[in-house]
Write a protein of this length. Structure first.
Length: 280
């Protein structure tokens, strides 16, 4: 297994978007109010590698004076294993793991599973670990957000699944002004994988991209990595994981966002509201 710390750019310029993006979300991005909103601080990632594993450990990004920050731990795994989340963390409703948030089935059974936990930081966190039965490929991340409601940081959430080359996150009705909408995309790569020509499977990424990884690293980044291109890699059991987020001035529809794949495959997406402290 391998893991690393990353600090993605805070502002990622998206490539040309389809007309659906031009409705609610872009307006909300340009009209963020003067009040503070949850802020993305940093992310750590973990992945099993090509050979798979029965667990993965992700470094928790630290921050000076970061007590009270929100930590979000995400696991995207191939299949539908009996997953255990980080000890002492709280599951986001609907994203517990086994038989909860799943991709559609294909000829090999359930294609992939998404698990999401969260925790309010108290300074004791160094890693977050997921485990499951058997050996399989998985990609994982821990994201850190400051200026959140420490008592009720998670608001509305929803999931959506499909089988296509466009991966679309669901819309949620945010419950508080100034919330941040966290979008997660998980894709099985048994069909799309051989067509991946870059180190990331998903392209045409939405604004606020935080990470875009595979369940194994590129050969240029790790001696045990593979590709790109991925035609010679073990993509039958591979998954891709991408995360983005946007701020929203007022409570209401979060608006749609999407990613593109080089070929159709099974996917699952989630949108989760991160709420700022009340009264701000």
């Amino acid at each position: 297994m391998c893991s690393m710390r990353i600090r993605p750019a805070r502002h990622v310029h998206a490539r040309s978007r389809r007309s659906l993006w031009c409705s609610g979300v872009l307006i909300s991005l340009l009209a963020v109010g003067c009040g503070p909103t949850p802020n993305f601080e940093d992310a750590g990632i973990g992945r099993t590698g090509e050979s798979g594993a029965g667990d993965v450990s992700i470094p928790v990004p630290s921050r000076e004076d970061g007590n009270g920050d929100l930590l979000v731990a995400i696991l995207g795994a191939q299949g539908n294993p009996n997953t255990s989340g980080p000890e002492g963390w709280t599951v986001v409703p609907g994203f517990r793991g086994f038989n909860d948030a799943m991709c559609q089935a294909d000829g090999q059974g359930t294609a992939c599973q998404l698990t999401v936990f969260y925790k309010i930081a108290d300074g004791s966190e160094s890693t977050a670990a997921f485990s499951w039965g058997g050996s399989r490929q998985a990609a994982a991340a821990v994201l850190r957000y400051s200026n959140v409601d420490a008592d009720e940081p998670i608001g509305a959430s929803n999931q959506q699944r499909g089988s296509a080359d466009t991966v679309t996150a669901p819309v949620v009705e945010t419950t508080r002004d100034g919330s941040r909408a966290l979008r997660i995309a998980l894709v099985e790569l048994d069909e799309a994988g051989p067509f991946v020509r870059e180190a990331a499977a998903m392209s045409d990424v939405p604004p606020g991209e935080r990470l875009n990884i595979l369940s194994f690293p590129a050969a240029a980044d790790d001696p045990e990595g593979c590709g790109p291109p991925m035609a010679g890699c073990n993509t039958d059991r591979a998954v891709a994981l991408a995360v983005s987020d946007t701020r929203h001035r007022t409570a209401g529809p979060s608006g749609p966002v999407s990613w593109e794949l080089p070929a159709a495959d099974q996917w699952l997406t989630a949108t989760i509201e991160i709420r700022r402290p009340p009264g701000q």
